[in-house]
Design a protein around this ligand. Structure first.
Ligand code: GUN
Length: 294
């Protein structure tokens, strides 16, 4: 069984990117620059954004964190986005989701300049991705593709079963893995809460991508021996033995499933670090497009 170690792989990629940034700055360019807009005080969002900013520092990027209170108006957010769109010293930015209820996330995402949309959430980027045109791929699916590629997991002709049809994971990874090329050329089944006979469908999977947000949902006896398991879930599970009273688990029952899988991502330390890395890769791409035309 191969442990798909996203933490280790993201560190390897971080070293590669840091080297590239070094070369760019030595050649007289300013460093790539990412901004993050964080609204409210959702602890998970705070932690995710903190990881993004930390990784920027590690690879030599400039970063800007804009924090605004929960009660900021939609109009004020749109104003901030206009400023970020117009800032020539900025290559890309993200608006951390979820947003407070009084702010229409679709309206906000539409206001982001697609050229600076390093999260790949703008309809223009999603459309381009669907057509196989150059685009910013959404971070979590892109992180999964990098993990599959660097570990040399075969995808051509394989049956990939995706659990969950979210806009940021399930739907885009289904599109990306069914495209031509590598990693891709897979036969993809996208399953969701209304799917009938889910367990039997998963039993035919060579690759399982679990992104439904239910703790330890996928069980050992659903898994074809040797299958590759990508666990996107990050869920809290009560654990009195831990100081904070809980531990993190994925959407897959790791203990059972790892006994039959051929390869599996751990939680934490699997998809999570690769997602943050994908954002960095997209920002470097944005920098290269705007500064060096490569
Ligand atoms: N919330 C959960 N995942 C993401 C992500 O990839 N990007 C942003 N902006 N918000 C998120």
């Amino acid at each position: 069984m191969t442990l798909l170690n996203g933490k280790e792989l993201s560190q390897t990629i971080a070293s590669e990117i840091a080297e590239e940034v070094n070369q760019l700055t030595e050649a007289g360019h300013r460093p790539p620059h990412l901004a993050a807009l964080l609204i409210g005080d959702n602890p998970a969002s705070r932690s995710y954004v903190g990881n993004k900013i930390k990784l920027c520092e590690k690879v030599g990027f400039r970063s800007t964190l804009i924090q605004k209170p929960e009660d900021i108006s939609e109009l004020e957010v749109l104003d901030i986005i206009q400023d970020l769109n117009n800032d020539d010293e900025l290559d890309g930015f993200i608006v951390q989701l979820p947003l407070p209820r009084h702010i229409d996330a679709d309206k906000i995402l539409l206001a982001i300049d697609p050229q600076k949309d390093v999260d790949g959430f703008h309809p223009q980027n999603i459309g381009r991705m669907t057509l196989g045109l150059p685009c910013y791929k959404p971070a979590t699916p892109y992180g999964i593709l990098m993990l599959l590629e660097r570990y040399g997991i075969e995808t051509s002709g394989k049956h990939c079963v995706v659990l969950g049809r979210s806009h940021i994971v399930g739907t885009p990874i289904s599109i990306l893995l069914s495209r031509r090329g590598y990693p891709g050329d897979a036969t993809v089944t996208l399953t969701h809460s209304k799917t009938k006979g889910l367990e039997d469908i998963v039993r035919t999977a060579d690759i399982v991508i679990a992104a439904l947000g239910i703790s330890e949902f996928v069980k050992k006896d659903w898994i074809k021996p040797g299958a590759c398991i990508i666990d996107v879930g990050i869920n809290k599970k009560d654990d009195p033995s831990k100081k904070r009273g809980y531990r993190l688990v994925g959407d897959v029952d790791f203990e059972g499933v790892s006994q039959v899988a051929g390869a599996i991502t751990p939680v934490p330390g699997g998809v999570g670090p690769m997602t943050v890395m994908a954002l960095i890769v997209n920002t470097l791409q944005a920098f290269k497009i705007s500064k060096t035309n490569t």
